[in-house]
Design a protein around this ligand. Structure first.
Ligand code: CP3
Length: 327
């Protein structure tokens, strides 16, 4: 088991660092990124560490400026709204821009025992494109859908660029020691199945295959995709990450014979402890002891969460899965 956003604002030691450094400072300095990555591992006996960065951070290699306005999420200074802007993106990403993430992975890999996996990650092309086009988070993804419906060849060109960038970024992470990688397609659920199949899936699949060529397993995580998890499985990912909007056993039927990751609603971490424990057991019952279940939340740990609740969750999962991992 591991938890999305296991490092972050719910931890007082993270908040203390954030008083002195911005989010981008933490991404830019390998020792700081490694420190933040290791913080949850010092508290909880998790089976994996996810390297600290942000899905938007590697976009700097395409000359795209991202800022994180406090409390409002990411802001892209110049959103991409015309085919001309996509033509003007650099032909080659500046790989030097994201090398520090590799340095952070090396530090973390050195610090952790081999029994703890180091997970690298990147944004999947649709989710990255949605930030680039919307200029930030969105409720409807209307500008993104409109762009893809009006300018199909420019959309495909953008996804080609993001694909190329992401393959290089993930290959660098694997070379630095990542044991597995996760693609975050957090907003794929904004799409109808048909559009996902034709305008997104081929590019995500390309990235999955390019990483698998290196012998490293790939997790594809998305939210709001319960209606087309069979298509998400067509990415060829080794593990399908699912949110809480579908029961784990039903999700498993849809994805077929492969590993699954999930899927406790992170809101349960705010519930009274006995109810949290019961909710954890219900997820495990739906997994039914079958091999290939990675316990995780259905999305990231909420900033409101108490670290004690996370400790309760981790202990409950490990009690019922009948073993304790080495932290
Ligand atoms: O999971 C981890 O512990 C690793 C670190 C990580 C961060 N972002 C650090 C971060 C990971 C894996 C991400 C991925 C990410 N970033 C996603 C995909 C996962 C998801 O949540 O769906 C997305 C959509 C982003 C974009 C992003 N970054 C948003 C929307 C926000 C603001 C919203 C929020 O939760 O604050 C961020 C900021 C961000 N990235 C924070 C962290 C710890 C919080 C900001 C802070 O420290 O001030």
């Amino acid at each position: 088991m591991w938890l999305m956003r296991q490092a972050g604002r719910y931890l007082p030691e993270y908040r203390r660092l954030r008083e002195r450094y911005s989010l981008l400072d933490l991404c830019r300095q390998p020792e700081l990124a490694a420190e933040v990555t290791l913080q949850p591992l010092r508290r909880f006996p998790l089976d994996a560490a996810i390297i600290f960065a942000d899905i938007l951070w590697p976009l700097g290699a395409l000359g795209i400026q991202v800022t994180f306005a406090s409390g409002e999420g990411p802001v892209i200074a110049e959103p991409l709204r015309t085919p001309g802007q996509i033509d003007r993106l650099p032909a080659e990403p500046d790989e030097a821009a994201f090398q520090v993430t590799g340095e952070a992975i090396r530090i973390v890999r050195r610090e952790l025992p081999s029994s703890v996996a180091v997970i690298g990650f990147a944004g999947a092309p649709f989710t990255l494109a949605s930030y680039l086009i919307e200029g930030g988070s969105s409720r409807t993804y209307l500008a993104t859908k409109r762009f893809l419906l009006e300018h199909r060849s420019a959309w495909e060109c953008l996804l080609d660029r993001l694909c190329d960038l992401t393959v290089r970024y993930l290959h660098m992470q694997v070379a630095a020691g990542a044991d597995a990688v996760q693609l975050f397609d957090s907003w794929a659920g904004a799409l109808a199945p048909d559009l996902y199949r034709t305008a997104v899936l081929p590019w995500t699949r390309r990235i999955v295959h390019a990483v698998q060529m290196l012998g490293v397993p790939v997790i594809v995580f998305s939210t709001g995709t319960a209606g087309f998890l069979d298509l998400v499985a067509e990415t060829g990912a080794d593990v399908i990450g699912v949110d809480w909007r579908i029961d784990l056993d039903r999700a498993w039927q849809l994805i077929g014979a492969r590993a699954i990751q999930g899927n406790l609603d992170p809101a349960w971490l705010l519930a009274p402890r006995e109810e949290l424990r019961a909710a954890v057991r219900r997820v495990l019952e739906r997994a039914g002891g079958r091999p290939g279940h990675i316990f995780n939340l259905g999305h990231g740990v909420l900033p409101e969460t108490s670290p004690d609740a996370v400790a309760t969750l981790v202990a409950e999962v490990q009690t019922w899965s009948g073993r304790r991992s080495v932290a």
